[in-house]
Design a protein around this ligand. Structure first.
Ligand code: UD1
Length: 359
């Protein structure tokens, strides 16, 4: 079987790492990097650290408006798929790279397999929600991380090709949980285990809004512990253009650092008092490492983390963020709602059963 896998943004590298390993044990896989993320610390460092094979093709698309970015990928992927005639195209998550990969393949009648299918925030103002809804409706194989995801698809009338495989991010987390560099990260940043908050903010809804980003910074600045904030380039840029740099500079409990590598993130996260984030994937990673999460959004795709008491949804409201930091819970139970850490093997088995003739 010839598989083309498409990645392009940071969370996709983390998801692809175990899947590439599993697929390449038995099949021909070509890895395509769209170039959506291109900075060393947003892209290359993940390939090096997670042992992801070098991309066979890099489209070098870079940043742009949603239309420009997606359209450019679409044109290049259509050419590539036509040349390569894969048996199946594998796409991950909900970025513009996912949308372009799914759409280009579906138009050429190439089967699409979607890793992390069925996630819904039910907020169509999020670009990711539009991407995932479209890609799910184009996909032939819908590889779901949770039961909730399966149910979401059922509600939209999608039942064919839907398989619950578990969460591939758990595969990666298990693989790197005990890495030495993870333990060293806390010391490297001069922090004390359990005595700081780890923060990340990158959603367009937060990072493009002066009011929301300002309220988030205000909460971090008033926190009862140091905050280490790994700043996404989009947010870094907006702090300047939205005139928030001065507020940030005044807050001496906040340390901002450029985006950190996967293994450093694991180290910083697993030793934090809590995670303050608007990331999707990191809400789950906090759960994997038994760390309470405060989510800077009004809704989440990972509803289990909230229902099980590990995650609080507080939006971008300073008082609610501070109240959540003051009422962190570590419930006794942390059931395996994201599977058993072998989702990549399950994906391989599903693709084998559906399209597979081993080489
Ligand atoms: C994208 C995904 C989001 C995912 C996130 C992970 C979409 C619509 N959004 O958001 O779902 O959670 O990746 O990080 O696909 N930039 C750089 N260097 C880079 C990459 C980006 O400086 O290597 C800056 C550019 O100014 C760019 C901005 O960040 O315009 C936004 O990048 P983009 O890829 O459009 O979206 P993300 O915010 O990263």
């Amino acid at each position: 079987m010839k598989i083309i896998s498409i990645v392009g943004a940071r969370p996709q590298f983390i998801k692809a790492a175990p899947v590439c390993r599993a697929l390449r044990s038995q099949h021909e896989e070509l890895l395509v990097h769209s170039g959506q993320h291109y900075d060393y610390n947003m892209s290359d460092v993940f390939f090096e650290q997670l042992g992801i094979p070098r991309p066979d093709f890099n489209l070098g698309v870079g940043s742009g408006t949603h239309g420009q970015q997606t359209a450019e990928m679409l044109v290049l992927l259509e050419e590539l798929f036509t040349e390569q005639s894969p048996d199946v195209v594998l796409v991950y998550g909900d970025t513009n790279t996912t949308l372009a990969g799914g759409l280009a393949a579906a138009k050429l009648n190439i089967p699409v397999a979607h890793v992390e299918a069925g996630l819904r925030s039910f907020n169509r103002t999020m670009p990711e929600e539009v991407n995932r809804v479209v890609v799910d409706h184009l996909s032939d194989i819908l590889l779901c991380p949770t039961r909730t995801a399966v149910e979401n698809l059922q509600t939209e009338g999608i039942t064919d090709g839907v398989v619950l495989v578990g969460d591939v991010m758990l595969d990666t987390a298990r693989h790197f949980a005990n890495a030495e560099e993870a333990a060293a990260a806390v010391e490297h940043f001069g922090l004390q285990s359990g005595e700081y908050y780890l923060a990340t903010v990158h959603r367009a809804g937060n990072s493009d809004s002066e009011a929301r980003l300002g309220a988030i910074i205000q909460a971090f600045a008033t926190a009862d512990k140091p905050v280490i904030w790994a700043i996404h380039p989009r947010t870094a840029k907006n702090i300047g253009t939205l005139g928030l740099q001065a507020v940030l500079d005044k807050a001496d409990n906040i340390t901002t650092v450029p985006p950190v590598s996967y293994v450093e993130t694991v180290g910083l996260l697993s030793n934090a008092a809590a995670l303050l984030t608007d990331s999707g994937g990191m809400q789950k990673e906090a759960y994997f490492f038994s760390v309470p999460c405060v989510t800077l959004r009004e809704e989440t795709e990972w509803t289990e983390t909230v229902e099980l008491g590990w995650n609080q949804l507080v939006g971008a409201d300073t008082n609610r963020i501070l109240a959540a930091m003051g009422s962190l819970a570590k419930p006794e139970s942390r059931p395996d709602v994201y599977g058993d850490g072998h989702a990549a093997e399950a994906i391989l088995a599903v693709l084998d059963a559906r399209y597979g003739v081993c080489l």
